[in-house]
Design a protein around this ligand. Sequence first.
Ligand SMILES: *[C@@H]1O[C@H](CO)[C@@H](O)[C@H](O)[C@H]1NC(C)=O
Ligand SMILES: *[C@@H]1O[C@H](CO)[C@@H](O)[C@H](O)[C@H]1NC(C)=O
Ligand SMILES: *[C@@H]1O[C@H](CO)[C@@H](O)[C@H](O)[C@H]1NC(C)=O
Ligand SMILES: *[C@@H]1O[C@H](CO)[C@@H](O)[C@H](O)[C@H]1NC(C)=O
Length: 391
Amino acid sequence: MARVTLLPIVAVAVSMVRAQSGTTTSLEPLASKHFTWPNIPYQVTGDEGGIRGPQFGYNLCNSTTENQQSLCQTSFLNSLDDFCMWSSSQTDDTIGESEAREVAWCTKPGHGTRVLPPGTLQGAQFLYAKNYLQVVGFLDQTKVGLDPTDEGGELDPHGADEQGNPLGGIVFTNGFGQNSASYQSQFKAGGNGSQTFTQVIEWIDFIGGGIFCLKMCNPSDPNAAELCQHVYDEIGCNWNALADYGSINGTFSVCDSDDMTPPGVFTAPNGQLTTWFQPLNGPITTIPYTTTIPSSSNCVTYQSTDLYAAAASAFPTTTSGSSTATTTSGASSSTGTAKSGSSSSGATSRTGSSTSSQPTNTSSSGALSINSAPLAVGALTGLALIMSIFA
Ligand SMILES: *[C@@H]1O[C@H](CO)[C@@H](O)[C@H](O)[C@H]1NC(C)=O
Ligand SMILES: *[C@@H]1O[C@H](CO)[C@@H](O)[C@H](O)[C@H]1NC(C)=O
Ligand SMILES: *[C@@H]1O[C@H](CO)[C@@H](O)[C@H](O)[C@H]1NC(C)=O
Ligand SMILES: *[C@@H]1O[C@H](CO)[C@@H](O)[C@H](O)[C@H]1NC(C)=O
């Protein structure tokens, strides 16, 4: 039953961007280039990008590069109020066309990058997992240079030629060692956290179809490469960055979380731990497992107008803040981009966010908590919704 529901949707996913095939080179892989903050070169890749080079932008970013024409390719994922995503520097672009030349778009000024215009983010959830930081959410992708119909794809520090997408893109964080409670204290105090940043070596970044998911794996975890596997680029956020997507649009929250099972790894019916790999070529006809969203706790809800006030003040002509969650309106219905006739995942309940400007703790039995049981057909419909939107 579930399989029948899943099949056509998975087939649709094939339209997602595949990593470009490239020639083998002897260039040093991007993921092998390690930097200690703040010792960042002007360009990490420069002219050494192989056939897809040279590097489009630069990595040494500061107040002189901080504007909406910035070509900064140094990204951060610090917290719910302070993270960046890769997207195009142009307009009406696609991730497929622009993957090698993405630039950083950040939630606040201070990183020498472009800033996400107010109203870009429509909902987001930041998870402090044991061995990774993850932020997923919903966005108006036209505000980050993308065509509204672009179904998007994956960016990561690998690619067939190991030079990364974007070429030369590097990522830092001060978020490892934090959790939902320490972030809440920091946020209440108006702080930005430590100004010592750690380079994230293994990360994934999907954007398109009105959603995004960013996962940064802790470089001190020996399983970082497995948890941030980059070979599942066709199957989207729902298999790569597990979260309760059906409850997130219109809300902004931070939780602690267990780690997800690495993408592709599942327990087969015979009880054996098995790894499924996305086929290298051709259509994906089936994914032989369903996912289980990891257990989360200590969820706190925030108001986007508080989280992104610095971005709003960077756009003085835009007086309205970014969208604010108000009341429970059910999960959004499927958009015109859904190709498989999937229905709304309206079953998702949502804790109404308060109008207080203080963060609100939600109980662990709230909308953001888990489902540790295998996905039921109803849950799969929600999953299918996101999948079809993204595909
Ligand atoms: C600021 O960044 C630009 C562009 O990367 C660079 O040319 C300049 O040297 C930087 N300034 C400082 C003070 O680091
Ligand atoms: C945090 O960073 C913002 C810019 O992003 C800056 O305006 C603010 O002063 C910083 N706050 C602290 C406490 O450093
Ligand atoms: C809410 O969060 C604060 C700060 O993390 C914590 O001290 C408090 O115990 C939490 N309250 C509940 C009800 O979880
Ligand atoms: C998220 O919510 C916004 C505002 O309601 C809506 O316009 C958008 O289509 C939703 N995104 C998705 C992918 O459902």
